[in-house]
Design a protein around this ligand. Structure first.
Ligand SMILES: [Fe+2]
Length: 288
């Protein structure tokens, strides 16, 4: 075994030690920590065996050990992130902060629109969702009002969740074309990236009045799907998990584009955050 490979294997073992240290210092429960420590230990043991063997490794052996390490570290990170996402009690939703400045998406979406859209429209979905949840879960709802509050919950709740995805689906200057798992899945299900882009654009343009264009992961069929949502909540595939959403309500573009909704949709492609969409797909696939 050459020195370079030995150093690499030793680095993997050190990498495992660092991970175990950070796990032990984390706020996860003892049981959870132990479960991850066991996985890292077993993997480190395999790396150490290879190191002790002191023979040349095949590229497949090296690849397997590298990939297993990457998978364990990725899973630990995902688990920690998941645990960090605290439960939201009924009636306690909050407006999420934008992951960039209000003027960061210019020239495609103006600062004025972003301020109104986030601070006024999204805030109102959050407030009204809290009101509906308080009525439904924190009080004894009046029989005749149950339907009303359920409708309010569906409308404002979907409005809040979709906007929360929408902000993260965008990034200043865009991220170019999709890569990674989302790229492969788009090519598998839609033929090619340009075919998907043109189809999604058509769906967004077809929305009557107010609504969204949405790319979803459908666990039941193990495929992507594209569809429109009227308002925020109607005509949804019940089992779908939104990955990429485009707000085509007038409040999302009118001040800047007036009746040129087509231009807004075309320009929006310049600020899509494919990294975010890829992560959403990965999470959607492992949580079902
Ligand atoms: Fe909106």
């Amino acid at each position: 075994m050459d020195e370079q490979l030995k150093t690499h294997l030793q680095e993997l073992i050190n990498w495992g030690e660092d991970t175990k240290e950070s796990l032990s210092a984390s706020s996860l429960s003892e049981l959870e920590i132990q479960q991850w420590l066991d996985q890292v230990d077993l993997w480190q043991w395999k790396v150490n065996e290879l190191l002790q063997d002191d023979r040349e490794l095949t590229s497949s052996e090296l690849n397997t050990i590298n990939e297993e390490g990457k998978r364990i570290f990725k899973d630990i990170k995902k688990w920690k992130d998941m645990m960090a996402n605290k439960e939201v009690p009924y009636g306690k939703h909050e407006l999420p902060t934008l992951p960039y400045a209000y003027n960061a998406l210019e020239p495609y979406i103006s600062e004025e629109i972003m301020r109104l859209h986030h601070l006024v429209h999204h805030q109102s979905y959050v407030d009204e969702l809290n009101k509906a949840e308080n009525e439904l879960y924190n009080k004894e709802p009046n029989d005749s009002m149950v339907k009303h509050w359920l409708r309010e919950q569906a409308f404002h709740g979907s409005g809040h969740y979709l906007h929360s995805i929408f902000w993260k689906n965008m990034i200043p200057d865009g991220s170019g074309e999709p890569h990674g798992m989302i790229r492969r899945q788009i090519e598998k299900d839609f033929g090619s990236w340009p075919e998907f882009k043109s189809f999604f654009t058509k769906v967004a343009s077809s929305v009557e009045g107010v609504g969204w264009a949405v790319l979803l992961w459908v666990p039941a069929s193990g495929r992507l799907a594209v569809q429109s949502f009227e308002k925020h909540q109607l005509f949804q595939l019940a089992d779908g998990i939104p990955l990429l959403v485009l707000d085509v309500w007038e409040h999302a573009y009118y001040l800047q584009y007036q009746t040129e909704r087509k231009q807004y949709i075309e320009n929006w492609w310049n600020i899509v955050n494919w990294q975010d969409v890829d992560e959403r797909l990965m999470n959607a696939r492992v949580t079902v």
